[in-house]
Design a protein around this ligand. Structure first.
Ligand code: HBI
Ligand code: FE
Length: 282
């Protein structure tokens, strides 16, 4: 999950290393936190079969972290073998450049703190449940893992080109809130949806939001909201389409997009491939 946060960031940044990583301190989690984790996991695991893409479901089935907050080092042993990725413990949201640099080196930052019980249904900043349940399973999928690394490398380059907004939008509408078309209908692969009790059904079933065909430039030019369900979702045909989209050098895209006014999150354009026009489409 991403986006500017007006309020002070949560998490303890005091003891972090220069690359913003910390120790997970797994022994410090309370029994109450493990119980909250089990409740969050049980709810989402019950929804995943109906709404998540097969690649996510297959990965989740191989991981066994429903009985309590997982130990990052135990998962890293499996993850290294699968795709060469590692998860690194972080205090929370990182500066864009640091975040991209971790992805570019196949390190996924996972927040160490867990939400409060009264945030069971919604949280604005990514906590360990969002990061781990939402993002970690797909790190085991080779093509998606390659997309994330390519995305991170693009981000490191974009830093110098003042183009982070464009990449943040691409991350938001794919890694966080992406949908994929499958023979069984629309399914989600976006971590922000997979880890959300309410949005996982809304993103697939609600008449309200738009659902539009994946279009890299369109996405880079479209604003997003960080504290409501999405007004528009973008649909890929498969992870290969995502990976191929990151093949070209993005520099000319940034030059073409920079002078243009971004579209509102609810916009529907005549050039859009419309999978579903939302009931409240502008
Ligand atoms: N930091 N820990 C963490 N997790 C994120 O998902 C994250 C971040 N920093 C920036 C960010 N996401 C987004 O702005 C990306 O689009 C870069
Ligand atoms: Fe996220």
């Amino acid at each position: 999950m991403a986006g500017e946060t007006e309020h002070k960031l949560r998490g303890n940044y005091a003891s972090m290393r220069p690359d913003f990583t910390v120790d997970q301190a797994w022994g410090a989690y309370s029994e109450a936190e493990h119980e909250l984790w089990r409740r969050l996991y049980r709810r989402q695991a019950g929804l995943v079969p109906r709404y998540a893409c097969d690649e996510y479901i297959e990965s989740l089935a191989k991981l066994d972290f429903g009985r309590g907050i997982p130990r990052f080092d135990a998962v890293n042993t499996k993850l290294a073998r699968a795709t060469g990725w590692q998860i690194v413990a972080v205090p929370g949201l990182l500066p864009d450049f640091t975040f991209f640099d971790h992805l570019a080196h196949r390190r996924f930052p996972v927040t160490v703190w867990l939400r409060e019980p009264d945030e069971f249904d919604y949280i604005v900043e990514p906590d360990i449940f969002h990061d781990f349940f939402g993002h970690v399973p797909l790190l085991f999928h080779p093509v998606f893992a390659d997309y994330l690394e390519a995305y991170g490398k693009g981000g490191v380059k974009a830093q110098g080109l003042d183009a982070l907004d464009f990449l943040a939008r691409l991350y938001w509408y794919t890694v966080e809130f992406g949908l994929v078309a499958t023979p069984k209908g629309l399914r989600t692969y976006g971590a922000g949806i997979l880890s959300s009790g309410g949005e996982i059904a809304y993103a697939i079933e609600s008449e309200r939001p738009n659902r539009l065909g994946f279009d890299l430039l369109r996405i880079m030019q479209t604003r997003y909201k960080i504290d409501t369900f999405q007004e528009t979702y973008f649909v890929i045909s498969g992870f290969r389409e995502l990976f191929d989209a990151t093949a070209p050098d993005f520099t000319p895209y940034y030059s073409a997009l920079r002078p243009l006014e971004p579209h509102a999150a609810s916009a529907v354009l005549a050039t859009d491939r419309i999978v579903h026009r939302g009931r409240e489409a502008a």
